[in-house]
Design a binder for this molecule. Structure first.
Ligand SMILES: NC(=O)c1ccc[n+]([C@@H]2O[C@H](COP(=O)([O-])OP(=O)(O)OC[C@H]3O[C@@H](n4cnc5c(N)ncnc54)[C@H](O)[C@@H]3O)[C@@H](O)[C@H]2O)c1
Length: 358
């Protein structure tokens, strides 16, 4: 078992990673009281709830399950979680455990931050995306009918338990979607890591244990480094959005149907890297390394045929990270070195989109 830690303004978050580690965790190290509420969804509960409950048999355990899906990351479900916690008369010594992917993690984080002005939280992420990204850094949130993640807070857990054994049941498409974020960490922070992913794509896709642990530990360390420098995203944390400006616009333009987050982010990274070649002198060699790695991981490299560029441009206008009417793009000077640009015009974006048609 590997132990990492994230030092935030007010607390230390312990991050444990490994294979089949759930049964080896001493939860008493991260829990003060006796009451636990496990938050999960029906699909994940079927696979892992009994195993977790057995491990926690010294505590008083309560569970709250929600239906599976992004559409349940809502204020309505958050209210239902609050109703459940209040009806069960939990006090401030409660620990909420999030057992699931990013949807469960974001909801549980917000519930733990708002119930009685804050109770203890533990993340047990079960998707690759949640293990390398959403469980780390403290962002919580639910969607509003006018946009994604518009309601949220920052709430760090006391511990994050990252067991790659959960990934065995994860659908292949979801696994690859998480790999897009792994490629992102390489692109923004470390050329030799990105080269390694490129050369070892088969081992990674086959979920070789050592390879999985290597990419997960690298990604977490990369995220810790950035979050420790800029917890509230007033500076360098924005680099984590590499590929996300276009990616979010593509997801919105597709109405979040038929494209996973990581697939959209892969296209966003290629577009941002293409812009970087012209605007910040990214070399063709670096562009090719990013594009080839995405291709080898079997993520998309061309825009979907049925997606009009005017729709993508329309959704770029709605980007919540826009400043003074312009989109902020994270560009690369080279693999491992980022900058922020808000000088990209709509006309330029249209031209770039034209060059990425199938
Ligand atoms: N807080 C943050 O910093 C942050 C960062 C990135 C993304 N997010 C959020 O994360 C969410 C996406 O997370 P996600 O990709 O994990 O999606 P998800 O939570 O919807 O999980 C994807 C699917 O996999 C299933 N699943 C989860 N674990 C499984 C397992 N081990 N075996 C089989 N099936 C399993 C889920 O039930 C679901 O159907 C979005 O809402 C996004 O906004 C948050």
């Amino acid at each position: 078992m590997n132990r990492l830690s994230l030092k935030t303004e007010n607390q230390k978050v312990t991050i444990l990673t490994g294979n089949k580690i759930l049964n080896k965790i001493n939860f008493k190290n991260f829990i003060n009281g006796n009451d636990i509420c496990i938050l999960s969804n029906s699909k994940i509960a079927k696979l892992y709830l009994q195993q977790l409950k057995k491990k926690l048999n010294n505590f008083k355990i309560n569970t709250f399950l929600i239906p599976d899906g992004e559409k349940y990351k809502s204020v309505n479900i958050l209210n239902k979680i609050h109703d459940h916690l209040i009806k069960n008369k939990f006090d401030r010594h409660l620990t909420i455990i999030a057992l699931g992917g990013g949807v469960i993690g974001d909801l549980a984080g917000l519930a733990a931050d708002t119930f009685l002005r804050g109770v203890n939280l533990i993340h047990i992420p079960t998707t690759l995306l949640a293990q390398v990204d959403s469980s780390i850094g403290g962002k919580t949130g639910v969607n509003h009918r006018l946009g994604k993640n518009l309601i949220g807070t920052f709430k760090h857990p006391s511990a994050i338990i990252i067991d790659i054994n959960f990934l065995k049941t994860l659908p292949d498409k979801q696994f690859k979607s998480g790999l897009a974020e792994v490629i992102k960490y390489g692109a923004i922070s470390n050329r030799s890591f990105l080269n390694w992913v490129n050369k070892n794509s088969n081992k990674i896709l086959n979920q070789n244990t050592d390879s999985l642990l290597k990419i997960i530990n690298f990604s977490i360390k990369a995220k810790i480094k950035i979050v420790e420098l800029d917890e509230r995203e007033s500076g360098v944390r924005a680099y984590l959005n590499f590929g996300h400006t276009f990616g979010h616009a593509i997801e919105s333009a597709k109405n979040y149907k038929g494209i996973l987050h990581g697939e959209a982010i892969s296209l966003g990274m290629i577009l941002a890297a293409a812009i970087s070649m012209e605007k910040t002198n990214l070399s063709l060699e670096d562009f090719n390394l990013i594009e080839e790695t995405i291709r080898k991981i079997k993520l998309p490299t061309n825009l979907p045929k049925n997606l009009s560029k005017s729709k993508i441009i329309k959704y770029l206008q709605y980007d919540k990270k826009k400043k003074l009417g312009r989109n902020n793009f994270i560009l690369l000077k080279s693999v491992g070195s980022c900058c922020v640009s808000n000088t990209i015009t709509t006309k330029y974006l249209i031209d770039i989109l034209d060059s990425f048609r199938n």
